[in-house]
Write a protein that binds this ligand. Sequence first.
Ligand code: SIN
Length: 504
Amino acid sequence: MDVTDFDGVLVIGGGLAGLSAALAAAPRRVRLITPAPLGEACSSAWAQGGIAAALAEDDAPALHAADTMAAGAGLVEPDRAALLAEEGPSAVLRLAGLGAPFDRDAGGGFVLSREAAHGRARVARVGGDQAGQAIMEAVIRRVRASAHIEILEGWTLKGLVQDSGGAVCGARLERAAAEIVLRASAVILATGGVGGLYAETTTPAALIGEGLAAAALVGAVIADPEFVQFHPTALDIGRDPAPLVTEALRGEGAWLVNGSGARFMTGLHPDGELAPRDVVARAIHAERMAGRGAYLDARASVGAHFPQAFPTVYAACRSAGLDPCGEPIPVAPACHYHMGGILTDAEGATSLTGLYAAGECASSGVHGANRLASNSLLEAAVFGARAGRAASRRVAVLKPLMRTPGLSRLPHPDLQALRRSMTREAGVVRDAAGLNRLLSQVDALAGRFPDAGPVIAARLIAECALDRRESRGAHFRLDYPSLAVEARRTLVRLEAGALSRKAA
Ligand code: SIN
């Protein structure tokens, strides 16, 4: 294997967190590694609703932080939520300064939507439901024009490498049949989430927890992997991945009905359709399991404005022969976001020297058991930049390579079978019997493919979901439906293929 040395920061991942890290690392040199051309195969570009920040006159970072903590159901780190909310407005202004064309009112202010579990309208949007794509286009333009960033497209992460002192000092990268080791002063993982581990997902299917697995393989501490968020309303048209139907539609007054046209959220929660995401997802799941079906009805609230107000959702509906202006559209919960991930501090540093993480693959402490709507782009921008700045300050003395463990591939049929089991057994509702069935399958796969990324990531989620004998946020156990008195984070490390617990 070729070994190349690079005196700079290696950023792995081309979503908003990776790009924010790369920009913030200036003037330090950066090599930005992405498996796909920038803007493709990353969840950031698929985000619809927008980016949350306390931008309104009647809002304040403390209110945003309080909503973030309440949604996170006891597991949000208060200092991180405060930091996210305080840096929110300047992060949005920075993105606007890069050219992100946020929707503006007549006075030039941001048009702000209200989404579930937000006490104020605070989601800055673009073109109704095109925030992710428009923000990414602006940031990508700046990244491509930045002399300190060298972009290496088409390379996938094969593993992390450690030096004789145990520090992470680079990565194994693969393109076609070629594999190289790139040693660098610091590595930032920004590889996204685990949506592709589920048969029903709103994220690019290529996101199968590779960064999470690579970090676990070299012994990084992983936090709260059992917390997976299911978006209540993916368009239920049998597509993989499933098109997202943004929550902003419910913010505009669209309501949920079953196949008989009866609204089912009104009696369930005082906030009705704008109840926390996990509550709505479980209600939709229950209607579907009972054979009644679930539909989003935007006829009265959005009606004829649908094509202009929500062009992305409208196009997805039309591609399936549905007309959301004139009929309720079928919806189902789908895997949307991983709250758990590689444990980081406020600067993106992980438990391993030299390794940083940002965005969905990280657990920065701001999401807890349930991410607040539209906090993901914000977290990517704020904590991506913080990780970039911190990593840029690291000056490493290159030592001999010690460990270069590599991820192996999981054959396609095995991955598809695993995805179906993850949706069934580690989905919106869980119980011990289902999680044990899933773990038997994971064990069997691990016997054949011990270092396959999806197998490692699935083990982290399933084992920690089995261990968490309570229901909290997005983790709902049919056999343990109550909230435990004490809110405890999960901290685990992979040791010789098995998970060992760390004290929280
Ligand atoms: C949405 O537009 O409903 C998704 C926003 C988010 O996941 O935060």
